[in-house]
Design a protein around this ligand. Structure first.
Ligand code: ADP
Ligand code: AMP
Length: 209
């Protein structure tokens, strides 16, 4: 089962994909996580991507596409792909190297998305996702899963958040119609709590139409 999660930054794709990945025993591939890890370890991809990620712009399609191609190779049972494709060019590229079975389109009002983005905290080691209010760790700033420190992403400043939401509206939103036309889109109300969102995704994945 090859699944793409679509939606604005902060809507809850990573949180939902992580839960679905556990339920179906399929990998969660987050392009944002891979890029942040590459930047932290100063690989050649990371060095090329840093200025784009820091400013909230899209990393060039060719770089990201090669990265995703390498990650999904060998996952013959499927994947939950989060953060790719991000524009029509990437969607066409994906079509050429992998089938997509379902696209889960997560949406929520912009105000809620900004509130989620602004309070997000990530584990430095295992990338687990928290929120200072909605999904708080048991102990302040400490990951429940691995005990490492949590951090706030450097692209989570008001200016960069504004730019990322602009890029979403301009470049990524057209994918909703792209995948609707392909008959693959399932609309998910992401304004619910995580259990509600996951339940709706499971129903959408198990519906046979
Ligand atoms: P995305 O991957 O779409 O950028 P995340 O999964 O990282 O979004 O979630 C963004 C923030 O919102 C995180 O702080 C996360 O803990 C929180 N969050 C995710 N889903 C929900 C939800 N259904 N209800 C409340 N908060 C959520
Ligand atoms: P995310 O973690 O999904 O919010 O992504 C963080 C940042 O990584 C984005 O603002 C982009 O700079 C970059 N990025 C992630 N996925 C892609 C992609 N598919 N294409 C281009 N840039 C991406």
């Amino acid at each position: 089962m090859n699944v793409v999660l679509l939606g604005a930054p902060g809507v809850g794709k990573g949180t939902t994909a992580e839960r679905l990945s556990g339920r179906y025993s399929l990998p969660h591939i987050s392009t944002g996580d891979v890029l942040r890890e590459s930047i932290a370890s100063k690989t050649s991809l990371g060095l090329k991507a840093k200025a784009f990620v820091d400013s909230g712009r899209l990393v060039p399609d060719k770089l990201v596409t090669e990265m995703v191609k390498a990650r999904i190779a060998g996952n013959s049972k499927g994947f939950f792909l989060d953060g790719y494709p991000r524009n029509i060019n990437q969607a066409e590229a994906l079509k050429a190297f992998s089938e997509v079975d379902v696209v889960l389109n997560l949406s929520a009002p912009k105000k809620l998305v900004i509130e989620r983005l602004s309070g997000r905290r990530i584990c430095m080691k295992c990338n687990a996702i928290y929120h200072v209010k909605n999904i708080a760790p048991k102990k302040d700033n400490v990951c429940d899963k691995c005990g490492s420190e949590l951090y706030q992403r450097s692209d989570e400043t008001p200016d960069v958040i504004t730019e990322r939401l602009r890029v979403y509206d301009e470049d990524t939103k057209p994918l909703v119609d792209f995948y609707r036309n392909e008959g693959l889109l399932r609309d998910i109300d992401a304004a619910q709590d995580v259990d509600g969102v996951v339940k709706q995704c499971v129903e959408a994945l198990e519906r046979d139409d």
